[in-house]
Structure formats: structure tokens, C-alpha cells
Design a protein around this ligand. Sequence first.
Ligand code: ZN
Ligand code: ZN
Length: 147
Amino acid sequence: MNDKTIPITGGCCCGDVRHEATGQSVLVEFCHCQSCRHAVGAPLMAWAAFRRSEFAITAGDVTAYESSPGLERTFCGRCGTSLTLADDRFPDDIYVSVSSFDDAEKLPPEFHIWRSRRLSWLETSDTLPRYAQFRADGIVEEQPGRS
Ligand SMILES: [Zn+2]
Ligand SMILES: [Zn+2]
């Protein structure tokens, strides 16, 4: 990713909430975990992590809730678009819904996480690295080959 990609703006479906990332993404991932599935209502989720100091809600207000201990999710209280995920284990980062950006083409995912929770009927044809899970210390554990 180069500097032409930033700042990158986005927001929710109804337009009440707008956001902006002024720094480059730390990582972009597909997450297959059940918590994300339930939270966003989709079979998988794409997240882009940014430094919190380089991301801001620039218009509107988000609604926040804790989906599991240490995980806070936000969404637009009017239209329901999932917007961010904050993980206490990574206090410097904020995960932002890739699909909420105006140009999600700028944020191609780099790997799959939580493949161990993947829906069996969901398979993608990309050749990105596939990881089974996060360990408690936050280190990604690789699952050899495709599952
Ligand atoms: Zn909205
Ligand atoms: Zn997830």
C-alpha cells in the first residue's frame, strides 16, 4: 500500500456516520469467527486495522457494545452498519469494517483468520495465507495447507 491510498474515508449505509483513516492499515484480514458472523450478519467479515491515533469518526455517533469480554463493537444506531471492533489485547489498534469504506478496493485482505471456525460451505478461491486461530497472546498460528 502506498501513500496515494490515504486518507481513506467511509461510513455507514444511511450516511449518518462517517469515518476517516489518515494512516496506512496495519493489516487487513478476513475473519471467520462466529462472533463476527453474528455481529455483522454475514458468513465472514473483512477488517482493516489502523492505529487508533490515525482513525476517527468524523460525523455522527456510533452505538457500542461488548460482544465478548474485551471486544467492543460499534455500529450505526440508525441503519445498523457494522463499523469498528476494538480488542483490548491490541490497545493501539482499531479494526474497521473494510466494506464500510467508500472504496474497499483500496483494502484487499492479506490473510484469513479463524479458519477453524469457518462455515463448511464457504470456500474462497484466493491464495491468501490461512490461519486457524489466534492464540491468547495474540500470535497467529498457522494451519498448514488448506483446511
Ligand atoms: Zn447509518
Ligand atoms: Zn471475527
